[in-house]
Design a protein around this ligand. Structure first.
Ligand code: CP
Length: 334
């Protein structure tokens, strides 16, 4: 494995091996496995979990890490190709990536969607530019439409909790004051489909996930024996559900137009905030998942987030073990 950019690119067999390795590293520490190795971390967007879990994981394997957050103690970076750099940005990623790579054995990069033009973001131009200029193993710490580290940790969480391989996984749109990127919903649907689950995307009118994301999920489900479908009927979607994975995302219908989207969301505070009654028809063991950060009382009611169905902290903890497995595999090849 040369890079960890997208679950589909890795393939199911590699993912299953990574999950086994993650569980082994959780059970039996290997504090010298990556001794002398350096992980470079470039964050073009904020983070809590990714920032902390990569550094903690690298330290637990005996390696070290450095963090660069452009504009906060280091130069602002330009991402666009072929521009005259007479604005705020003093450095281009075309130089910054190979320079950071020259100090590192593996590089992790976070660069979100621009959120202005859907076609542009679906094409992943910024992360592609990073990939094309990076001479060392590369980890996607969340790009425009992929968050594979979150998806790997979520898969581990489902396995840890014995959620059935063919169980019913509901990715539900949830209320939020702002249009959010598509990376987490895209990777969650792909992960559950690859795992062989019966996946339902529950969303309001205007929030259907873009075709490339759904087509990739359908393909994954075909290979794994799972299924993928969409609906706006909450009661029917949640009947017998084993997992409710809540996440907000921006409407593809008015992508890049926050004013238009605000109007679409006017009553979502009551209709798309996850509450206890959502689980009335679900399986008795149904879990509540969210990648975090989450806005209490907006996305989900406190009693769900604090209740026994919620596994959000376990998901976050699993980020560390999942990423340790990725780093181990990239740097030791085992
Ligand atoms: N879930 C996740 O990636 O969290 P952060 O944005 O805090 O890293």
């Amino acid at each position: 494995m040369q890079r960890f950019i997208d679950l589909a690119e890795c393939g199911r067999e590699t993912i299953v091996e990574l999950l086994r390795l993650a569980s082994r590293l959780e059970a039996v520490p290997q504090p010298r496995a990556l001794e002398g190795k350096v992980l470079g971390l470039l964050f073009l967007n904020p983070s809590l979990r990714t920032l902390a879990s990569f550094q903690a994981g690298m330290a637990r394997l005996g390696g070290s890490a450095f963090v660069i957050s452009p504009g906060q103690g280091s130069w602002k970076l330009e991402l666009r190709p072929n521009v005259v750099m007479d604005g705020d940005a003093a450095e281009h990623i075309r130089e910054a990536i190979p320079v950071l790579a020259s100090y590192s054995d593996v590089l992790g990069v976070r660069v979100f969607a621009e959120g202005k033009n859907l076609e542009h973001d679906l094409a992943e131009p910024f992360f592609s530019a990073v990939r094309d200029t990076c001479p060392v193993p590369l980890v996607n710490m969340e790009s425009a439409i992929a968050h594979p580290c979150q998806a790997l940790a979520d898969w581990k969480t489902l396995d840890d909790l014995d959620v059935p391989q063919g169980g019913k996984f509901v990715l539900s749109f949830a209320n939020h004051p702002k249009p959010l990127p598509l990376a987490v919903p895209a990777s969650a649907v792909q992960m559950a489909a690859m795992r062989g689950m019966q996946v339902t995307v529950l969303r309001p009118d205007g929030y259907a996930l873009p075709d490339p994301i759904m087509n990739a999920a359908h393909e994954a489900a075909k290979a794994s024996g799972g299924s993928v479908r969409e609906t706006d009927d909450r009661r029917e979607a949640l009947e017998g559900a084993h997992v409710v994975y809540a996440k907000s995302w921006g409407s593809p219908r008015c992508y890049g137009d926050p004013e238009a989207e605000r109007a679409m969301r006017a009553d979502f505070g009551t209709t798309w905030r996850v509450g206890r009654d959502w689980f009335d028809g679900a399986d008795a063991s149904c879990r509540f998942m969210h990648c975090l950060p989450v806005r209490r009382g907006v996305v989900v009611e406190d009693e769900v987030l604090d209740g026994e169905r919620s596994v959000v902290v376990r998901q976050a903890r699993n980020r560390m073990f999942a990423q340790m497995a990725v780093l181990h595999r990239l740097l030791r090849g085992e």
